[in-house]
Design a protein around this ligand. Sequence first.
Ligand code: GLU
Length: 319
Amino acid sequence: MSNTVNSMSMTQSGMPASAYRGRFAPSPTGPLHFGSLVAAVASYLDARHHGGEWLVRMEDLDPPREMPGAADGILWTLERYGLHWDGEVIYQSHRSTEYQVALEQLDANGRLYGCACTRKEIADTSLPGVDAAVYPGTCRNGLPEGREARALRVRVDSAEVKIEDSLQGSTRQHLGREVGDFVVRRADKLVAYQLAVVVDDAAQQITHIVRGADLLDSTPRQVYLQRLLELPTPAYLHLPVAINTTGEKLSKQTGAPPVDDAEPVSVLLDVLQFLRQDVPGSASDMTLEDLLKCASERWDRTRLTATRTRSAPAGYLGD
Ligand code: GLU
């Protein structure tokens, strides 16, 4: 891991790392839709407004959920929208050694344990938590007789984590009561998102994370892991998530169509309006480059709504 960290402390151009380093970290489960483009554009504009770098990381850790060709398609669309990233794109699928090092560190500190429970067993014996059942701690003091470990969990004990979000304000989460000991390596041996994101944000020296508020409830788990692994905590800004008329997050599952690569300026204007940014009246006549430059200069976080969701414009919802 130290090699990766060292090689990332300088930018590609050989300049020292920026004081602001942001990122967009899509999962290649399908093409970019309006909701994912909002996260890409907002993280890009916030980075550029602050004179920072903007990196792209492909979160391709979950092959069963991925769509062949989606990673390349996403990168192509970002380019088409003029969202040019700095440095090389990092692929999580290439980083299993770094995740293994982190798992070993957690284990050496006595924070990990093997868990034999199936989903059904957990569902039958637990209470609902922030985003899933709160793990009741069945295997915390050792596996039941005759059972084998499936997943690896991290102990949370009575940790309470407070986060300060630049838009949504401060939130507190009592991990023991609201989440429970959580999975860092899944039963199918894949590393869990919560661990990979923390390892990679640190390795890429990310200082500012701008992403959808659907991840706000995951942030205390990530901050908790940062503390256990002695990694820095970036600044967070969780944007309102684009929802459809039935209140669901736009996604492939809810039928959100891919954004149109043919009309980047008009789609960008809708994204900027969703983000409540002020654009000049002449914006629709601008070139893509000029529009992005103008939007970065004028980017104003205080115009964003401090809500977890916001309705997406009608043209982007699908059938
Ligand atoms: N890969 C995650 C997603 O597409 C985002 C992760 C993050 O921004 O931390 O929902």
